[in-house]
Design a protein around this ligand. Structure first.
Ligand SMILES: Nc1ncnc2c1ncn2[C@@H]1O[C@H](COP(=O)(O)OP(=O)(O)OP(=O)(O)O)[C@@H](O)[C@H]1O
Ligand SMILES: [Mg+2]
Length: 373
């Protein structure tokens, strides 16, 4: 799948952008604060996933404008498609979104059409940062493959919020512990399901990322990734998330109930799980060097693209925001060679030394494309 044309107007600082994209490599070049990341963000928005910068809807509209519009045409061998996304400042809740001319109710309904993998400098620290980042990574990856998974995650988050609220009220003597039962039961089923999906994804990630890591380290280092559950000792061959697994989850919640009431939050569950990355048997979070962590991040992202490709039978579009400049020549070459059959958008401040015969370079200044070739 590849994007053929992008039109953006009024999105943050972008104005009258009209790009006929190359099927393979598109370099967006410009000084700081000219709108490179905004362009990547606008594309990402059309993939149906929340902004990777966590921007609020209202903040997406240019400060001096009343609305923005994005139009992305993309195609594969079988058909051409178009996404239109508009937002008005006055009615920011009512998004005007169309897929192939058909109005959609929510931006999340766009999900699964324009599949993208975005890679930003913050991602470089995925193996070092807090578990939260790794859970988010795996949840986005898994939901790109299985749309219904996102709904389960949202339900779980909602229940977690309610349960934590109740725990605080129990601590204050305003509610009784028995009120937890109804939440615990729902949490157990949803949490078991999330554990299964994450475990299955981690196994795939381990295979793809493990192989890539072996290549990037020229066979010197071995990467192993596994899912660390705060509830289940092992998740191997388990998928009875409405039965046995939910019972086990529930009994763990009961066990930690006193502790939960004392602390005022839920101390076990999928919100506490982690993705462990070991290099040659040593945990990357504690022992990984900077270079190793960068390599892990790279192979995670490439693996995400490969898995998405395998599962959807469609090459995703790769968005590399400012990451190439963060990498040495060897790693740059590694990334580009591994995604050479996918369309890529690369932002950078200087002209990067890519194969000049390939692709297009667009120069951006004050939110406008000043020339394309
Ligand atoms: N709602 C908005 N209205 C107008 N301008 C905005 C809005 N939101 C952000 N901007 C501006 O857009 C500009 C470009 O931001 P962007 O992050 O795309 O820059 P960039 O080219 O990626 O720069 P860098 O190389 O530093 O990453 C910023 O100066 C920011 O202030
Ligand atoms: Mg930027």
């Amino acid at each position: 799948m590849f994007i053929s044309n992008i039109k953006i107007d009024g999105f943050k600082n972008l104005s009258s952008v009209n790009i006929d994209a190359d099927k393979q490599i598109n370099v967006i070049c410009g000084d700081n604060a000219q709108g490179k990341t905004n362009l990547i963000e606008a594309i990402w928005l059309c993939s149906g996933i929340k902004s990777f910068r966590n921007s609020k809807d209202r903040d997406l509209i240019n400060l001096d404008r009343q609305n923005f519009s994005i139009e992305i045409s993309f195609e594969n061998n079988l058909r051409k498609q178009k996404i239109e996304y508009k937002l008005e400042k006055t009615t920011v809740k009512d998004k005007y979104i169309k897929l192939n001319g058909v109005p959609l109710r929510n931006s999340s309904d766009l999900f699964g059409n324009l599949c993208c993998v975005v890679f930003t400098p913050e991602d470089l620290f995925i193996s070092k940062g807090s578990p939260d980042n790794r859970r988010k990574f795996i949840d986005i990856c898994a939901s790109q493959i299985k749309n219904s998974y996102r709904k389960v995650l949202n339900q779980y988050d909602e229940i977690l919020l309610q349960r934590n609220f109740l725990l605080k009220n129990i601590g204050l003597g305003k509610s009784s512990p028995s009120e937890l039962d109804v939440w615990d039961e729902q949490m157990s089923r949803l949490g078991s399901y999330i554990s299964v999906i994450r475990y299955i994804y981690t196994k795939k990630l381990n295979i793809f990322a493990g192989k890539l890591y072996n290549e990037i380290s020229q066979g010197k280092e071995q990467l192993n990734i596994f899912y660390e559950s705060s509830v289940f000792k092992s998740l191997e061959n388990r998928n009875d998330y409405n039965g046995e697994m939910a019972d086990e989850y529930l009994s763990m919640l009961k066990k930690s109930r006193q502790e939960d009431i004392k602390t005022g939050f839920t101390t076990i569950g999928v919100q506490r799980d982690d993705l462990i990355c070991n290099i040659n048997g040593l945990n990357c979070r504690e022992f990984g060097s900077q270079g190793q962590c960068r390599s892990v991040a790279l192979v995670f992202k490439i693996a995400q693209a490969y898995i998405l490709y395998e599962e959807t039978k469609e090459a995703p579009c790769i968005l590399l925001d400012d990451v190439l400049s963060e990498l040495d020549a060897k790693r740059q070459e590694f990334v580009l060679s591994r995604i050479s059959d996918m369309q890529v958008f690369i932002t950078c401040c200087e002209d990067i030394k890519l194969n000049k015969n390939k692709g297009k370079t667009f120069y951006i200044k004050k939110g406008r494309i000043i020339n394309g070739q």
